[in-house]
Design a protein around this ligand. Structure first.
Ligand SMILES: Nc1ncnc2c1ncn2[C@@H]1O[C@H](COP(=O)(O)OP(=O)(O)O)[C@@H](O)[C@H]1O
Ligand SMILES: [Mg+2]
Length: 338
């Protein structure tokens, strides 16, 4: 059994803000009455993450992802509940915790705007007390997986978004943290840079057994990287399980599009008579759309059934996409694994 690197127990974060009224009258009113508003950003969230796991932390905008990351990084203190990262409470031992974690926020850089990237790394080396040998070895490795060489002597302000993200990732990893938090690291990136970053994360995880928590809107990132996902919705955890499990539980629906051979005509009645009642058959101009659940039949069985009745020119299989599955979970608010 691997050790837990992260443990959250009933973590809750409430923000209290002052209500603002519009206009001059509102401003005057605001001087005398300070009406407070409470927002529960993270609501009773518990989970454990083991060493070396790559976990996707997903949810729609405002779901509470960044707030959770900030509590695990020590930037915010939970209103209640407990959060342990490497056995430390991050917000109580920020300095010690900082040695164990690396953070990348896709929305803003952690780098010094006016310094050449190479100097930024030298400063970080001193701050985190990285030995000369480790420093060299790690930069070599980052160069391999992220390709920093072409812009390492440029100032950060001149880097493109894709270069900056690669630079940020290397900076977050220079002290070889046990845990890496990535908050929307691929936002706004083109597909080539995105893939490069995902690949680098995978290799870093493999080489150093770094535990990775990745928040993203992009389900593709998750599919490429994570075996496990946690879904958060309106501050509540609504799913925590394997990706395969998610697909299995929710991804049963399948549609196959058939195109008949030249001028074939098959009546609805004929199909219905010869097919199973669990298979839905919708006639189209030159073929048919067939819906079924993979709980009842395999794709091969359905294709064989149809081909037993009619000659087929072409088939197209459309399985439920992970995005659709996640949408369905948000909508139904299925509470799993709580
Ligand atoms: N500093 C803050 N003060 C008040 N409300 C906040 C603050 N930070 C976040 N929130 C609110 O908490 C909720 C969760 O925000 P966040 O964790 O940033 O969501 P996500 O990262 O999933 O998009 C949102 O409704 C957001 O408006
Ligand atoms: Mg966020």
């Amino acid at each position: 059994m691997k050790e837990n690197v992260i443990e959250l127990k009933n973590v809750r974060k409430e923000f209290v803000t002052t209500k603002h009224y519009p206009g001059f009258k509102g401003a005057v009113k605001g001087l005398f009455t300070k009406e407070k508003m409470r927002k529960i950003a993270v609501d009773d969230v518990s989970f454990e993450i083991k060493k070396g796991e790559i976990v996707g932390y997903i949810g729609s905008n405002g779901a509470g992802k960044s707030t959770t990351i900030k509590m695990m990084s020590g930037i915010l203190t939970p209103t209640s509940g407990s959060c342990l990262v490497n056995g430390l409470e991050p917000y109580k031992e920020r300095k010690k915790n900082a040695k164990n974690i690396g953070v990348v926020f896709g929305q803003r850089t952690q780098l010094w705007w006016d310094l050449p990237l190479s100097e930024t790394y030298t400063v970080l080396k001193e701050i985190y007390e990285v030995s000369e040998q480790d420093f060299k070895e790690r930069l070599d490795f980052f160069e391999q997986v992220l390709g920093l060489q072409e812009f390492i002597h440029n100032t950060v302000r001149t880097l493109s978004l894709g270069q900056r993200m690669r630079a940020d990732l290397a900076a977050a990893l220079l002290h070889n943290p046990k845990v890496l938090y990535l908050d929307e690291p691929t936002i706004g990136l083109d597909i080539v840079v995105k893939d490069k970053i995902l690949q680098a994360i995978r290799e870093i995880n493999k080489k150093y057994s770094t535990t990775v928590i990745l928040t993203t809107h992009d389900i593709n990132d998750i599919e490429k990287l994570c075996q496990r996902i946690i879904i958060i919705d309106e501050g509540k955890k609504i799913y925590d399980d394997g990706l395969e499990h998610l697909k299995k539980d929710y991804g049963y629906n399948c549609t196959i599009y058939f195109e008949w051979k030249d001028r074939m005509e098959v009546s609805q009645e004929c199909m219905l008579q010869n097919m199973d009642e669990k298979i839905e058959f919708i006639k189209q101009e030159r073929g048919a759309q067939v819906h079924f659940s993979k709980k009842d039949f395999t794709i091969a069985e359905v294709i064989a059934k149809v081909m037993g009745i009619v000659e087929v020119r072409d088939v197209q299989i459309q399985e439920t996409e992970l995005t659709d599955i996640v949408k369905k979970i948000y909508q139904s608010g299925v509470r799993k694994g709580l």
